[in-house]
Design a protein around this ligand. Structure first.
Ligand code: GAL
Length: 804
């Protein structure tokens, strides 16, 4: 009934042309490239590029032939995402256009096609930043790379068909649940609609419907409510999904169309005292995500979109993602449904509201976003306001009305960066950057809101403390602690529903922002999604497996004056035992008063009872010496008078010289000139040791190579694997200053996105392997000067999808 033919391969691409009119001439002069979608108009260097490099007009061209057997059908040409403006020409005549870089657009082109003949589809893409298109017109702290960066396909269906299904559960916490389905047809025709509801999705879908119903229809829009029983709720912990299948039947009983929607039943409400999911109050710990990647910008296929959702939910353990600052890929959202990751989805824009045309475009974006995504159970809030834009009463009143009209089941939010803003939404969503390291982590909601309302912190940290994975340990730790302090403060305040950190990953940006190299180092992961220290603040809140990350390499030479200071265990363990060269030092326990389930455990004593045990000092003297040693470590041997006096008394009492005192410092604290120490950290849960980590002097370094997958499946389009690279010690510690140069080569039906030679940054990096069409094999050879030569094999499979 419906046939999808993918159009993601073998397009001719003419970059940087003057315009459609001049094209004939340019086509003769220029040799086109052959490209596949997702595609970026220009691959960029990792950093220090000129953002104007990709801001040009280009043309994509493909010849297709459609059999006349489809003459009486509707043939939709669909693009999932093109940045920024797209004008589609069919056989040389303009057909349709889009000015929404983040949303799909389509048209039934059946009347414009010549059947059984060659047709030319051309897409003129303007990647310049036109001021009528959100987010442009002002400064923007991110890049909107150009290109046909999501998939394109043809959908062939009957002319009378199901256009849209909006399905939502209500009364879901009651004994009998309700499901309302609003179906819109392409045109009216007598007949009926058969609804079937199945448990599960895709291959895991149960074959027997849990519910079915037949509705007579005699109009274009049909609204029906059904009563259900024993529905399994969708939750972050058990994300139960259902497949709703709607079949359109004509009066002779023939099925003319069928459409499936994945849905879930849940109740999600923000209240003044917090966020409730299925009646239970749940604190939101989230991260903001930019959909950009090194080199290729936005152009990444399904697997990479899905991987980001997995990283957020399974690795970082957050329960919500904000799609800052635009609607993101359907693959990402589908995965959020599947994994149980809540979503705050937001319209495109950044701080600036343009003219009336811009505002109209924003309204269209909002409508398209809600119509596209309102069946996703993971989405719990619509961002109807341009991120951090000033008040604009009439505009934002209308935006809220649009959202409520299209989806009465979800609340609205609108992200602000100032207090007491005009408020039309349901939830006051606020970017709170108050924390500077030594002050309050979060503002008081009453100081920010103009009236009482549900309250959600939508960003924190970010530009207040940009941190690179190759920064000093001190900075990387402080970055982590700032994330931890804010989350802890949020957890302790019942008026705050949650806090969404800025942000998941480092991202490319305009030259007015970032660290001067076109990168905002605001991520808890780097651009290749490799973890920074701060990421462990999030992952240590997980419960499914033991997590332990120690904030220090324990190298005194990397610390001012050789002072290790306080170090932190980011862990979900109850307590940590510290051993120095296998000798037990001390047990450190997580704070029991912290509102954070697993606050970082402070480790501030590397001597323990060694002075008593090994040197025979009394408990009291040992305590004084420890204090003096600590003071010496942090302030050098120019000790304050008080410490000097205590030390003097002690030395006299124990018949020791000053040199003996200095030796104690060396032996038990700094270890200068001595053979280096090995520290062992043992993590305990319920009194059982569950994890162990070593730090200190190590002998060997190796390259850890971790591909996200080794079987690449050509699905709607090509597939991509991320290969993570880390220089690690034999203790498994990532070595943050390792900058080995990596060279890669491929053979077989794969290739590399981006450069083939690059350094490790902060001891880590990654590269992307993409598949080419057809079943086959591929091999990547990784060469380094110091970390060996390695090989990785890939298998490429064709997913059996229809392609043109
Ligand atoms: C916010 C903004 C984000 C990002 C962040 C950096 O003001 O909403 O997009 O720029 O600052 O901290």
């Amino acid at each position: 009934m419906r046939k999808q033919i993918n159009l993601n391969h073998d397009w001719l691409f003419y970059p940087d042309i003057a315009g459609y009119e001049s094209l004939k001439l340019e086509k003769m002069e220029k040799k086109p490239q052959t490209v596949d979608f997702p595609h970026t108009v220009k691959e960029l260097p990792y950093h220090y590029f000129n953002e104007k490099e990709y801001q040009f007009i280009s043309l994509y061209e493909k010849k297709i032939s459609i059999s006349s057997e489809f003459k009486d059908k509707a043939i939709f040409l669909i693009f999932e995402g093109v940045a920024n403006v797209a004008v589609v020409y069919i056989n040389g005549a303009e057909s349709f256009r889009s000015v929404s870089p983040y949303l799909a657009f389509k048209k039934d082109i059946a009347n414009e096609l010549k059947f059984d003949e060659e047709n030319t589809i051309e897409v003129l893409v303007d990647s310049r930043e036109l001021s009528t298109i959100p987010p442009f017109g002002g400064a923007v702290d991110y890049l909107v790379f150009g290109g046909i960066y999501r998939e394109a396909y043809l959908r062939i269906q009957n002319k009378v068909a199901i256009e849209n299904i909006y399905a939502y559960g209500h009364d879901v916490l009651k004994e009998k649940q309700k499901l309302t389905i609003e179906t819109t047809l392409s045109s009216n025709q007598k007949g009926s609609l058969i609804y079937k509801l199945y448990e599960g999705t895709g291959e895991t879908m149960d074959k027997h419907p849990v519910y079915s119903s037949i509705r007579e229809k005699d109009q274009k829009k049909i609204r029906s409510t059904m009563t259900l029983e024993n529905i399994k709720l969708w939750d972050t912990l058990s994300p139960n999904l259902y497949t709703l299948e709607a079949t359109l039947v004509d009066i002779s009983g023939n099925a003319v169309d069928q459409k499936k929607e994945v849905i879930g039943f849940r109740e999600a409400i923000f209240k003044e005292n917090g966020f409730y999911l299925n009646g239970t109050r749940r604190k939101i710990i989230g991260l903001n995500r930019h959909q950009s990647y090194p080199y290729v910008g936005y152009a990444m296929p399904k697997s990479m979109q899905e991987l980001d959702a997995k990283i957020l939910k399974d690795q970082l353990g957050v329960n919500l993602v904000r799609t800052s600052h635009y609607p993101q890929s359907k693959h990402f959202l589908n995965k959020c449904d599947e994994l149980g990751l809540l979503v705050f989805e937001e319209i495109p824009g950044w701080q600036h509201i343009g003219d009336e045309v811009f505002k109209e475009n924003s309204k269209v974006n909002l409508q398209k976003m809600i119509k596209r995504d309102r069946n996703h159970p993971s989405i719990v809030l619509w961002g109807v306001r341009i991120n951090e834009s000033p008040d604009d009463g009439p505009f934002y009143k209308e935006m809220n009305e649009i959202a409520r009209r299209l989806d009465g089941t979800r609340q609205t939010g609108g992200v602000r960066n100032f207090a007491k803003s005009e408020f039309f939404e349901d939830v006051y969503t606020y970017n709170d950057f108050i924390h500077k390291g030594d002050n309050t982590p979060l503002s008081k909601p009453v100081d920010i809101m103009p009236e009482r309302a549900p309250y959600l912190v939508t960003e924190f940290n970010g530009h207040m403390f940009p941190t690179k994975s190759f920064d000093s340990e001190k900075r990387r730790v402080e970055h982590a602690l700032r994330h931890s302090r804010v989350i802890e403060a949020m957890m302790g305040n019942t008026k705050i529903s949650g806090a969404i950190g800025w942000c998941m990953n480092d991202y490319q940006t305009h030259k007015d922002f970032g660290s001067g190299d076109q990168i905002c180092y605001h991520g808890v992961l780097d651009g290749f999604r490799q973890p920074k220290m701060a990421s462990y603040v999030y992952s240590s809140q997980r419960e499914d497996e033991p997590i332990l990350m120690i904030s220090s390499s324990m190298n005194i030479g990397d610390h001012d004056g050789g002072d290790l200071g306080n170090i932190y265990a980011f862990t979900n363990c109850d307590y940590i035992e510290l051993y120095k060269n296998d000798e037990f030092i001390k047990t450190f326990t997580a704070s029991k008063t912290s509102p954070l389930k697993h606050p970082p455990i402070v480790i501030d004593d590397f001597i323990g009872e060694q002075l008593e045990k090994n040197e025979g000092f009394s408990k009291r003297d040992a305590a004084v010496i420890k204090k003096v040693i600590k003071a010496a470590a942090s302030q050098g041997f120019n000790l304050p008078l008080k410490e000097k006096a205590s030390m003097g008394v002690l030395l006299l009492k124990n018949k020791m010289t000053l040199d003996d005192g200095v030796a104690l410092f060396g032996k038990y604290y700094a270890g200068w000139g001595q053979s280096q120490r090995i520290y062992t950290f043992k993590g305990f849960k319920d009194k059982k040791q569950v994890i162990e980590l070593k730090r200190g002097a190590f002998d060997k370094v190796h390259l850890e190579i971790d591909p996200s997958k080794t079987v690449l499946t050509n699905d709607e389009s090509y597939d991509v694997a991320l290969v993570s690279l880390k220089a690690v010690s034999d203790f498994g510690e990532v070595l943050p200053y390792h900058d080995e140069v990596i060279s890669i080569e491929t053979v077989g039906s794969i290739s590399i996105l981006g450069p083939k030679t690059f350094p490790l940054r902060g001891g880590q990096s990654g590269f992307y392997v993409r598949s080419h069409r057809g079943d086959g094999q591929g091999k990547v050879t990784i060469r380094t000067t110091n970390l060996g030569r390695h090989e990785l094999e890939f298998t490429i499979r064709d997913g059996g999808h229809l392609h043109l």
